[in-house]
Design a protein around this ligand. Structure first.
Ligand code: MN
Length: 487
């Protein structure tokens, strides 16, 4: 491994999930709903039907293009990519290749990998339609046309990653961008993300600037999880290095497309590049090209929501959260939204961050839950934080209440009430108990006046005993001293 440089390029397909309808039809954009329930005739390629471009899908693609620092085109256009497959009733996919220009070209994006900042180079970003989904059951195949025409963004990077870690860190950054910008849920469990990976290696002591020194590029198609991307890249690096070491590199590593096989944890040959398919691209005649105005681009640019990094800076600089915790809070947008909701409802930002990162996220991990699925809503966490702030309960008690609220699915205020945890801060009631105690313990007043001030601890203890732990200890302490000094 140490004797070789690794070069990885990525193609990332991500469904745009946050539009109401599909990219060229008025069918609902809802792939995971009841199969074949979200279909219009155009999705089935009925004769005489025509595509109509979804402006919202174009807007979201242009926004992604801006975030990736790409150049946006002057005109919007589409092309046909011709091929036959049962999941593609038209016999072609409407996509964008290079003529005249897709929604984004030549961008770059900073991302963090193992604590270091890196730059990814983007070749292009294009908008296309997804194909239907086929599901193989035994010897038959079922087709779900809900997915036909779902807007899909394809991002193509330059070969700019030097390890599986870098490639995956970039993909995670992209997922975060798609989520925060309101473009997609980017949920690989729902099949919304699919990646192709290409991998090549070269001897470390050759000049890496000279492209001729690079080894043969092997492509791995349709990797459906980030874990899969990591494993596929690492497997392919090892396969290529082994071939170098064994002296049969030229026979083993050939220009070909391979498939990642999750079960065996290996890549398997699909087809060679020599019999690569000619898709016979041409401009889609049913969608006239149209101008993207500068005004529209400005409007889109202004509407880009706060992304993870900006939120992180806000948490550190305005809320006084540590960088470590801020990073944890912004990792999932749903968690960051939950956190901000508690602040909007009046929670102390630091307390809220502590409870979320220390207790709530632990609970989510343990039971593999999303923060939106739990019973404890932001307003309930705020109630709990306020109980602590008002010294009604101690933070130790609050922790127990929070665990109970999460596991028993009960409101924290209810638990506090039921368990009688609320500390008594009623001055009148505490004062009468203090007077009772001081009358019973005349010697301790004497001792205090002789300089044994730590006798107060004993007296606080007596008051706590009489109130069964419900008197507010700090308040009790101050009041005892006041009372003794009056006597
Ligand atoms: Mn594509």
């Amino acid at each position: 491994m140490d004797n070789y440089l690794v070069m990885v390029g990525l193609e990332m397909h991500c469904e745009i999930s946050e539009t109401k309808s599909k990219v060229f039809s008025s069918a609902r954009n809802g792939y995971t709903e009841l199969p074949n329930s979200n279909i219009r005739p155009v999705d089935m390629a009925f004769p005489g039907t025509l595509p109509v471009v979804n402006k919202e899908a174009v807007k979201k693609s242009l926004m992604a293009s801006m975030i990736l620092n790409c150049k946006q085109p002057e005109y919007m256009y589409f092309e046909r990519k011709n091929y036959y497959y049962p999941d593609l009733p038209k016999g072609f996919q409407i996509t964008q290749e290079t003529k005249p220009a897709p929604v984004g070209i030549y961008g770059k994006l900073e991302y963090e990998c193992n604590g270091e900042m890196k730059t990814a180079l983007i070749n292009n970003l294009h908008l296309e339609e997804d194909a239907a989904a086929s599901e193989h059951i035994g010897s038959s195949t079922l087709i779900n046309y809900n997915r036909a025409g779902v807007p899909l963004l394809e991002l193509v990077t330059e070969p700019c990653f030097h390890s599986a870690d870098e490639a995956v860190a970039f993909l995670e950054t992209m997922r975060s961008i798609y989520q925060y910008a309101g473009i997609s849920e980017a949920d690989s469990k729902k099949g919304q993300i699919r990646c192709d990976v290409n991998v090549s290696i070269m001897d470390k002591n050759l000049d890496s600037e000279d492209i001729n020194n690079w080894g043969t590029k092997v492509e791995i198609k349709n990797v459906n999880s980030f874990g899969g991307v990591r494993d596929a890249i690492n497997f392919e690096i090892e396969r290529q290095i082994d071939a170098k070491e064994d002296g049969n590199y030229d026979e083993v590593v050939v220009q070909e497309t391979r498939r990642w096989d999750e079960e065996s944890g290996t890549t398997i040959r699909m087809r060679s590049k020599v019999d690569a398919i000619d898709y016979k691209y041409f401009v889609e005649p049913n969608i006239p090209k149209y101008k993207i105005t500068k005004e529209w681009l400005d409007e889109i640019r202004k509407s880009i929501p706060e992304l993870a990094n900006e939120r992180k800076e806000k948490y550190i600089n305005s809320y006084g959260i540590s960088e470590y915790d801020a990073k944890i809070l912004v990792k999932e947008k749903d968690v960051a939204d939950y956190y901000e909701e508690t602040i909007k409802l009046g929670a102390n930002p630091k307390a809220s961050s502590n409870w979320i990162t220390s207790v709530i996220l632990g609970h989510l991990n343990k039971f593999d839950l999303n923060i939106n699925d739990i019973f404890l809503k932001p307003n309930m966490l705020v109630d709990l934080i306020k109980l602590v702030d008002n010294k009604d309960i101690s933070s130790k008690q609050a922790k127990e209440v929070l665990y109970a609220a999460l596991t028993e699915e009960k409101e924290p205020t209810k638990i506090v009430e039921e368990k009688g945890l609320k500390q008594n801060s009623d001055e009148g009631a505490i004062l009468s108990v203090i007077n009772e105690v001081l009358t019973e313990q005349p010697a301790s007043i004497e001792q205090y006046k002789n300089g044994r001030t730590n006798i107060v601890d004993f007296l606080v203890g007596q008051v706590m005993k009489k109130t069964r732990g419900q008197a507010n200890p700090a308040m009790t302490r101050n009041m005892i001293i006041e009372e003794i000094e009056k006597r």
